[in-house]
Design a binder for this molecule. Sequence first.
Ligand SMILES: [Zn+2]
Length: 268
Amino acid sequence: MPELPEVETIIQQLQQKILNKTITGVDILDDSVVQPSVVKASGQEITEVYRRAKMLIFKLKNGYSLLTSLRMTGHFRYNNSKLLHNKENYPFTVGKFYLSDGSILSHHSIRKFGFIKLLNKKELEKEFAKLGVEPLSEEFTLATFSHLLTNKKKSNVKGFLMDQSQIVGIGNIYAQEILYHARIDPRKRIIAISPQKKEKIYHEIKRVLALAIAKKGTTVENYSNLEGSGHFQEELAVYNQVNCPKNHPITKIKLGGRGTSFCRKCQN
Ligand SMILES: [Zn+2]
């Protein structure tokens, strides 16, 4: 599933391609993913393109927003011209947005768990109401992080990092990578972590996510950004690995129902 770095990469690419263009038409090919009300975006200029947590938002001139959740397999494709678009013949197309300069943004979904919906300001705020802090924002200080930890003393640290009501955007891949670099066992209870280690985790959250954005995300299974695959998979220390970077064997367990890889020697 795309996490913060993957969605941020897509947002940065979309900003280059669709910002300030007007949607001149919408084709809905599967309304279980692209909700019927999305056709009302036709005629509207896209005035903002931004990310919140793992969601993508296109703000429209009339105050409404298109909200997209990619979930497992959703992705966007962009073509400068209709001719090119028709030639490429992408599979699993669920919707198409025709833009004022003749370009086409299409949405694709293999497993159809995600959605695109049109929301007014209030409805959009409601979607965001239960979300935690953005880890790359200025708001996310060491003090904020420490405060969040104090309220979740009994949680294991990996479960905490993935809890979207606390910090948004970190999923199963980046939680494991952050904890490897912070040298913490993912099963460790928050109450048992020293202040120095907490600070290390805080810095690794910022560092790992920023590096993953610079590498345009991690491609495992089927994530692709608008330009193709990401490159962070080449940097992975524990996720999907047999040995850690120091060549110790990786231990694989289930934690909170999710596959979890870590190194018993490096992380304790
Ligand atoms: Zn190791």
